[in-house]
Design a protein around this ligand. Structure first.
Ligand code: NAD
Length: 359
């Protein structure tokens, strides 16, 4: 089967550790066999961010604004341990924070639901989720706040103040914050309205857990003008599994959120292309070819999402994090697949769907 050519570029932001491994498999097995895409690739892996003094992160966000669609893998946010581990030049800021501030928008998170995955976390607060039949979506502002805060270590007694200096020449506003009697910490942050985006971060993680697994949470960042969408893997880089992978041991890491980052990005590209269809109708170009290719992209995206991912899980083929939810923490090996076998099972389902599309 010939691959179908996407018409406009997609910005790809590669990442770290186990999710980077899965990301490559997803491209090779689920995306590139069917679609020929114009990919603008940025390696946001920690070593390349360090090598470029983190310029690559800014450049990738600027490319996202230019081309309007980006897909992002999970990335390490370095702390002191990571700085030592990789011998980094600096403790670079969170790439997610940098990108969100450049795109200036809202993050929307939505759990993916499979019929056989129980939506329950033990304890009263989440028991209500047992009755939920539709996903609960959370929108959180992605600008400023904790991800752009200025913080400092206070070494000894002294007064902490906050000063605002208006641009119009009016007198500065000075606020007393705290009289330190000894050492401590201080943090100042800002926002476009009275809202804490970090609360949204925590709540969406709680919600994902309530719906089963962080591996079943989709996340998109939509810029405030509505033109640019970045679809991201919201969960961790799964360091623990990556250590096993590095030692040649078996892993069972859930790739569904990573697969959905690609499909959400493709869907957005698709809706941009539909707008261009109107222009084509009045211009030259092969309208029929265009319509067929767009139909095929839409069909492939739907097939990957519904058939390949959800039907695979609902047929009983899943990774260990999901199998634990059904069979308990001591789940035996026959109930789950390893990382690569799960992606292969999705790929087989997808191939069957694409070759014999439902009418
Ligand atoms: P970790 O990578 O060790 O993961 C903690 C546990 O979560 C794992 O042991 C695993 O049991 C479970 N888990 C998470 N996602 C899973 C999946 N898809 N499938 C199966 N199990 C899954 O956690 P950590 O050490 O807190 O974070 C590792 C790195 O991730 C950090 O360097 C952090 O900066 C980075 N991080 C990245 C993002 C992002 O870019 N989206 C978000 C948060 C943290």
């Amino acid at each position: 089967m010939d691959r179908i050519k996407g018409q406009n570029p997609i910005v790809e932001m590669d990442g770290d550790e186990m999710v980077r491994i899965m990301w490559r498999m997803i491209k090779e097995k689920l995306i590139f066999p069917y679609l020929e895409l114009d990919i603008k690739y940025f390696d946001l892996g920690i070593l390349n961010r360090d090598a470029t003094d983190d310029r690559v992160t800014v450049e990738s966000a600027e490319a996202a604004l230019k081309y309007n669609v980006a897909v992002k893998c999970a990335t390490i946010t370095p702390d002191e341990t990571r700085v030592k581990e990789f011998g980094l030049k600096a403790m670079w800021k969170s790439p997610n924070g940098t990108i969100r501030n450049i795109l200036d928008g809202t993050v929307f998170r939505e759990p993916i639901m499979c019929k056989n995955i129980p939506r329950i976390v033990p304890g009263k607060s989440f028991s209500i989720l047992m009755q939920v039949e539709k996903p609960i979506c959370i929108g959180r502002p992605a600008f400023g706040d904790q991800h752009r805060a200025s913080d400092t270590l206070i070494k000894g007694p002294g007064r902490l103040k906050m000063v605002f200096v208006p641009d119009n020449g009016e007198a500065p506003v000075e606020l007393d914050v705290y009289d330190f009697k000894g050492p401590g910490v201080a943090l100042a942050m800002y926002n476009v309205w009275a809202c804490k985006n970090y609360d949204g971060d925590v709540q969406s993680d709680l919600l994902a857990q309530g719906f089963g697994s962080l591996g079943l949470l989709t996340s998109v960042l939509l810029s405030s003008d509505g033109k640019t969408l970045e679809a991201e893997v919201a969960h961790v880089t799964v360091t623990r599994h990556f250590r096993l992978y590095q030692n040649g041991q078996e892993t069972s890491t859930n790739s569904i959120a990573s697969i959905f980052a690609w499909t959400r990005g493709l869907e957005q590209r698709q809706s941009h292309l539909e707008m261009q269809l109107c222009q084509l109708i009045f211009g030259s170009g092969s309208l029929l070819d265009y319509c067929l290719s767009q139909h095929f992209i839409r069909f492939t995206v739907l097939a990957i999402k519904s058939a390949a991912c959800i039907e695979t899980v609902e047929s009983g083929k899943m990774t260990k994090d999901l199998a634990i939810l059904i069979h308990g923490p001591k789940v035996s090996r026959e109930y789950y697949l390893n990382t690569e076998d799960f992606i292969d099972a999705v790929a087989q389902n997808l191939e069957r769907k694409v070759r014999a599309p439902a009418v």
